[in-house]
Design a protein around this ligand. Sequence first.
Ligand code: UTP
Length: 306
Amino acid sequence: MATSRDEATVGVRTVVVPAAGMGTRFLPATKTVPKELLPVVDTPGIELIAQEAAAVGAQRLAVITAPSKQEVLRHFDTFPELVEMLRARGKDEQADKVERANQLIAPIAIEQAKPLGLGHAVSLAEPVLDADEDAFAVMLPDDIVLPATVLEDMARVRAAKGGSVLCAFEVSREETFNYGVFDVEDTEDELVKKVVGMVEKPEPDQAPSNLVATGRYLLDRKIFAALRQITPGKGGELQLTDAIDKLIAAGEPVHVVVHRGKRHDLGNPGGYIPACVDFGLHDPVYGPALYKSLKAIMTAFEAETR
Ligand code: UTP
């Protein structure tokens, strides 16, 4: 598929970031620290998402937060006293880091009183959209999809085929039980599939494919009508997947872009630790020493477990 940035016309004004989940897989850390604020090297997941949204030209970040997770939005405040103190001490690099989040994009807080599910969280963003905004993006802050330009590919597919476009990742069949799995038909483009159905966390022998949903969605505004029709599904939650299924059933075009880049799941320690290692290894300051430490840790671990 063509991926030239020159022809990229993402045209998305609003990126919705659902961040009101309970983060139970990260307890006990998430008793007091929202998982969206856990750092990857030194930058929290919520800021990585804001960077990605700003990079595709979005104007506002509609962050869905829980009443107990107000710190997530505080990350976008200005902190003038801290900045002044750092600059007075010659720590300009650190001061720039403090100011960075605030300068990226305009955040809007939307409160989800109870964690009723991802579908419910997304439905709360409707009033934030302009009257003429016929599509918007959803980016899950615990999902890192690299390169961050995948939304540009998705926007091109929406421009060509209309409707909603999601991002799919290939996993082995044994892993499908962890994800929303797409039932697809081929198109003329190997990396673009038409979605004919979705199954939430199926057993491997029931999975319609090995293409699973990742945390990037380009949704037609019609999703809000579909979200109003759904009832609690898997886990008693209002599932975004069920609303997408309704769009498909109503004959609305839904496609996936098969993403061949990297993906990190920051939502549980098993995905978060490799993400920190990957970002750490690529970090110009910490990378070289980390590489040596990791090799030494691996050698010692192999000797211990031999
Ligand atoms: P997850 O299921 O991965 O997040 O939801 P969680 O519920 O915080 O995780 P666990 O299972 O308890 O560990 C995917 C995304 O949807 C958001 C989450 O914050 C996460 O970014 N979400 C989920 C909401 O905003 N509201 C909800 O009611 C549920």
